[in-house]
Design a binder for this molecule. Structure first.
Ligand code: ADP
Ligand code: MG
Length: 340
């Protein structure tokens, strides 16, 4: 076969395979956009597990009328302008791919209003037809993005959708993770017109405890040990299950500069700290590591589930030591116990 350049929309649909796996991945991309836009309130409405409709409404900065079409096109982003920016990234987004990918496999409506505009504007994109007719609309400052009929034009992928309940559970689980990371933001999640979760903005210690209880359970929220360690430009904060708390759930959340990541390094450090004190359990934890963004590469994976630390060993030992000192407050290391 002859070599041909892919038409842009086909390229988007192929790229969508990496970013848009299921409705929950759409919710993730859109909510991250809302957070990047400085929203403090985010409403998520889901119909039929997201297969019919995903609607995200935020009170963020909005998108200017002249930029609506651009926002939907591939490699269009307001977050990165140079390679230097990428090396110090703090926003969730930077690839400029999400809206283009999502719109290539759904019917997408984007309604937005910036602070400067006196009215809102709406753009529509459907599958292979890139935007866009732009029409006036009613909307307060912020954006609403509606994604209808996901995978309507990629039947093979649509067939892979699980039941509405399962797809909704994925959305709910993902929102829990972000609700723990961004406790100052209000999130409301509805399914088929009914509010399922309401996370109120947590600004006080008590509200923070409530949010942690909502996500991780009461027992964890009440008994967890607090981790707060700052040293050498690194900060580790959060909660770790008390060795005296017998409730085992699968709560393992690790955030690097606000981004939830999977990382064996943190699991290893946590386990090692507990083992050294004679505890065999793998404790639940919610840990946030903040560091100079130059010290970590987030551009490792399209869905950004992984990061790469420049000094992995150092970070591991930093976490280990922070946890050792937390555990030392409540118990003696088992090594010492054997010695005397
Ligand atoms: P990225 O997030 O990687 O920049 P996206 O395709 O997700 O790429 O979004 C493209 C651009 O559209 C963003 O850079 C941002 O400028 C704008 N945008 C998307 N969603 C929102 C939103 N909810 N509020 C304000 N701007 C948004
Ligand atoms: Mg984005």
């Amino acid at each position: 076969m002859a070599i041909e350049q892919l038409p842009p929309q086909l390229a988007n649909q192929i790229a969508a395979g990496e970013v848009v796996e299921r409705p929950a991945s759409v919710v993730k991309e859109l909510v991250e956009n809302s957070l990047d836009a400085g929203a403090t309130k985010i409403e998520i409405d889901i119909e039929k597990g997201g297969s019919k409709l995903i609607r995200i409404r935020d009170n963020g900065s909005g998108i200017a009328k002249e930029e609506l079409t651009l926002a939907l096109s591939r490699h269009a982003t307001s977050k990165v302008h140079s390679l230097d920016d990428l090396e110090a990234i703090l926003s969730f987004g930077f690839r400029g791919e999400a809206l283009a990918s999502v719109s290539s496999v759904s019917r997408l409506t984007l309604t937005s209003r910036t602070e400067k505009q006196s009215e809102a504007w709406q753009a529509f994109a459907e599958g292979s037809q890139m935007a866009v007719k732009i029409v006036p609309a009613a909307h307060p400052q912020g954006s609403t993005i509606e994604v209808a009929d996901i995978f309507f034009n990629t039947p093979a992928r649509r067939r892979f959708l699980k039941s509405d309940k399962t797809e909704f559970t994925h959305i709910d689980e993902w929102l829990k993770r972000i609700a723990l990371a961004r406790t100052e933001i209000q999130f409301v999640l509805s399914h088929n017109g009914k509010v399922v979760r309401k996370y109120r903005a947590a600004n006080t210690e008590i509200q923070l405890q409530q949010r942690i209880a909502q996500v991780c359970g009461k027992s964890f929220a009440e008994q967890a040990l607090t981790v707060a360690c700052e040293h050498d430009g690194l900060s580790l904060s959060g909660y770790i299950q008390s060795p005296n708390d017998p409730v085992q759930t699968d709560t393992h959340y690790f955030y690097v500069n606000g981004r939830l990541v999977r990382d064996r390094l943190v699991n290893h450090a946590v386990k090692q700290a507990f083992n050294e004190f004679g505890y065999q359990l793998t404790p639940n934890f919610v840990l946030k590591l903040d560091l100079d963004p130059h010290q970590v590469d987030v551009n490792v994976h399209p869905a950004k589930h992984e990061v790469r630390f420049h000094q992995a060993r150092y970070i591991h030992d930093y976490i280990l030591q922070a946890l050792q000192s937390v555990l030392a407050q409540i118990t003696q290391p088992s090594v010492l116990a054997v010695d005397d």
